[in-house]
Design a protein around this ligand. Structure first.
Ligand code: MEV
Length: 308
């Protein structure tokens, strides 16, 4: 039997513009995890058990482009295994689905690692990342690759599409409060909506994406020198540009406002938007107050994570 776990992730800065080649900053969230366990079974065939999403099926009964089936097939084909042994892939996850916390990428990474180890050929990170990226394309057509990269390497990432992975130094630890709207929002839809805007007026949106890229670069420098106040201002500025891209929502804006009014240094939506999560930069002492304000403003859950 083999088991592997992968963390969730949050994007600190730069979502959406990252799809158009601008940089983004993201960090793992280890408080939530997806876990895959692969074990021999005596009934034959390859079974997938994912109680979180009410799935219990034989691999051969799932469509080949079902994200879980596709990941499993990709491991077999990478390892040139044409006759896989009978086994059960059991999935458990505490990462809320379609919430901007990278649940799809984490499930893929956990399966790829557990299954390749079960088959006696554990894959190196680079290949795990490449296979998880292929699976991301099934969740939405034009992924930047940021989710699978942060989840695979489980470290803070300064990410530019198709460029080698770069991590960044954190000058002083800071605390992020994640507030969930409880509204499930597939990344595919918000990414598609931004693409439509861009196609209708490329010069305008390229300028907006460039402005986001500058914010991301400034945020990286603020993080490296430990300038938390500046980081908060940059979050607010990034949120305003995400609103312009139409990927915020009434619920996200309410949570962002509530966080700012209760003492957060800055706040923005995080991930695809139109639901899912927002994040707020908080000081440890006022974290409970911000959490209370978020709950009264409609947050379905809050998670506190330290970036260090
Ligand atoms: C999703 O977590 C982040 C987006 O920028 C999409 C992507 O980068 O693939 C919205």
């Amino acid at each position: 039997m083999t088991t592997s776990s992968a963390p969730g992730k949050i994007i600190l800065f730069g979502e959406h513009a990252v799809v158009y080649g601008r940089p983004a900053l993201a960090v793992p969230v280890t408080q939530v995890q997806a876990t895959a366990t692969v074990s021999e079974n005596s009934r034959g065939g390859i079974m997938i058990e994912a109680p979180n999403i009410n799935l219990s099926a034989e691999l051969s009964r799932l469509a080949p482009d079902h994200p879980l089936a596709a990941v499993i097939h990709s491991v077999f084909s990478t390892l040139s295994i044409s006759n896989p042994p009978a086994c059960t892939v059991y999935l458990q996850s505490t990462i809320p689905v379609a919430s901007g916390l990278g649940s799809g990428a984490a499930v893929s990474v956990a399966i790829i690692r557990a299954l390749s180890a079960f088959l006696g050929q554990p894959l190196p990170d680079e290949q795990v990342n490449a296979l998880a990226f292929e699976a991301e394309k099934l969740y939405h057509d034009t992924p930047s690759g940021i989710d699978n990269t942060v989840v695979t390497y489980s470290k803070p990432v300064y990410f530019i599409k198709r460029k080698p992975i770069k991590t960044f130094h954190v000058g002083a630890p800071f605390t992020i409060m994640i507030g969930g709207t409880g509204i499930s929002a597939p990344t595919k839809e918000s990414v598609g909506a931004v693409r439509k805007l861009w196609e209708a007026d490329k010069p305008r949106w390229e300028k907006v994406f460039t402005r986001v890229g500058e914010i991301v670069w400034n945020a990286r420098q603020a993080i490296e020198r430990g300038d938390i106040a500046e980081l908060g201002r940059l979050m607010d500025a990034n949120h305003a540009l995400l609103q312009a891209m139409t990927v915020s929502s009434v619920e996200l804006d309410q949570l962002v406002e509530a966080a700012r009014n209760s003492g957060a240094l800055g706040a923005k939506l995080s991930g695809g938007g139109r639901g899912g999560n927002m994040i707020a930069l908080v000081e440890k002492e006022n974290a409970p107050e911000v959490a209370r304000a978020l709950s009264s403003a409609g947050a379905k859950r809050t998670i506190v994570t330290q970036v260090a």
